[in-house]
Ligand binder design. Structure first.
Ligand code: GLU
Length: 134
């Protein structure tokens, strides 16, 4: 289980994402993260721990943009760490994914993708999705 929010609009995305995650925090509370798109660049802030930690990080080092996604995690694959927090990027960083649930065949996918040269940065099942789409 997890909490997911997305925003596309004219307002600054970050406060909307953080407010949405606060409302969804009961759905996942071991890690939290956001990604915001601006001028073709994706900026990611993510951390293990409660949402308050992400709020602190983004207040010191904000992300600006009008398109974004956010996630509060309840880990199923990979312990709660900064690297295992969502969003997860493909090799290029051109896009990121967040995900709710379990990818049952992720190990087979991961092994295949690694043999094709994809570099994984987390222990999650979710990251396989990013590389698969890539
Ligand atoms: N299986 C994913 C993970 O462990 C998603 C967990 C969730 O739904 O929060 O990162």
């Amino acid at each position: 289980m997890c909490g997911i929010i997305g925003y596309v609009g004219y307002r600054d995305a970050l406060p909307i994402l953080l407010d949405g995650l606060r409302r969804l925090e009961y759905r996942g509370y071991d890690s939290a993260g956001v990604a915001v798109l601006e001028d073709g660049q994706i900026a990611v802030r993510k951390t293990a721990g409660k949402l308050g930690r992400l709020v602190e990080i983004t207040s010191r080092d904000p992300v600006r943009g009008h398109v974004g996604i956010g996630h509060t995690r309840w880990a199923t694959h990979g312990i709660p760490t900064d690297d295992n927090a969502h969003p997860h990027a493909d090799c290029t960083g051109r896009f990121v994914v967040i995900h709710n649930g379990i990818i049952e065949n992720f190990l087979a996918l991961r092994e295949r993708l690694q043999s094709e040269g994809h570099r994984f940065r987390s222990d999650t099942d979710t990251e396989a999705l990013a590389h698969l789409i890539e």
